[in-house]
Design a protein around this ligand. Sequence first.
Ligand code: SF4
Length: 466
Amino acid sequence: MTDWMRFLDEHKRRLIFGNEQMDDPARAYDKKRAVHAGVQGRAVEPEQVQAVWKNEMQKLPLQVRDACVYINIPFCQTKCTYCGFFRNLADPVRIADYLAALLREIAMAKSSCMVGRTRIRAVYIGGGTPGTLNPVQIGELLSAIRRHLPLSNDCEITFETRTHELGADKLQACIDHGVNRFSLGVQSFDSRSRRAIGRIDEGAVVIENIQRMQAFREASVSIDLIFGLPHQTVETYLQDISTADLLDIDGMALYQLNVFEGGRMDKAIQTGRTIGVPETSEQFRYHQAALHLLTDLGYHPLSMSHWVQGTLDRSIYNRFSKNGAIIHAFGAGAGGRTESCRYFIQPSLANYLESMNRGVKPIMGLSKKGSMTPLHDYITGEMDSGRLRFDRAQSRFQIDLKEICAPLLESWQRRGLAVVGERTLRLLPAGQFWYVTMNQALLDILEIMHREGAYEPPQERVAAQG
Ligand code: SF4
């Protein structure tokens, strides 16, 4: 069952197993090699894309399926140095044109059989920065979502934003139209670190804005914090978590800084415009210290990056996006999934508007899921929650992951990354730092087996800091 080992050369073995002889868990792997674990599907030829898309939309699943919605608002007021998602600077005229097209795109979905046979458990309005919409536009967008899409009674509606844009009138518009979760890209309360990544407000202003949001008592508040920023130390990072705790935040998403090779942050570091950031093995220390503090404070993990207290922050969209659920995507640059395809909407504003003016869904790329995708999704959903049930994989997919992956699992256990139990693999704190890389290694093994060696493990350039 470990036949796949014969297909590994030294390079592939190192990507999958990492530094096998190294006992230091901070150096278990060289560095992160993908933002999200995954395996690319088979791309549909451009001339076939619209026909395949229409076919997908007219499918009628036998049973009503759970789904979620992602809506992209691709505008920002400034360009943050570390970000790979910036598309367009906010401009009132362009935003108005875009919103008009987006509302038409959402209305078009109403006639789709496939959308009608889903119950939407979570809507995520992200970007970019949805807070660049004005209050009237926020109301129009949320009204269109409610009018045209089959939301479940308990639908989680998240509005992602920077606190800078969200004045009282915008906040009120969100609340009046059903937003029940705010996800705030705080990144750090430390003003020096914030300035270094292009954030406008001082930490104290961010705190005031969060308190205004909490005062409504209508929506849960979750914040993103990043570790590994310029000028940040382990102590200032822990101080960020303590500040969030004092604010009584419902949830915290703790992300590792990804420095994209050739990206703005990489260039800023190379040219001395910003000071260097910690290498991956240093980031490990930040992560472990945070885990220790959050556990001590009584928070619990909803996923490997999201910690909550209480029950208000459910973070449903993020869970669904990891376990392969259907995602109806709207807006330039958004990515979605049907039962058998993944798709990506035109990121260029001009191309998006041109397609919508013709009444055509602006799909830029579409790929067919492979026969292994359900198993991959299962593994990714499980690893994101810090464990992997072997017995469920066996009953659902008739595959003995424990036996197939035994050499890798034993190596992880020996190096203190995971515990291999009778039915379950459980990630230890050190493994929780490396979970994306470990997840990818499992998918790589399955693809190597499936394609009898004709597969190259992905190696994105997402950790230029080393
Ligand atoms: S971090 Fe957010 S606000 Fe900053 S450039 Fe990226 S998408 Fe825009």
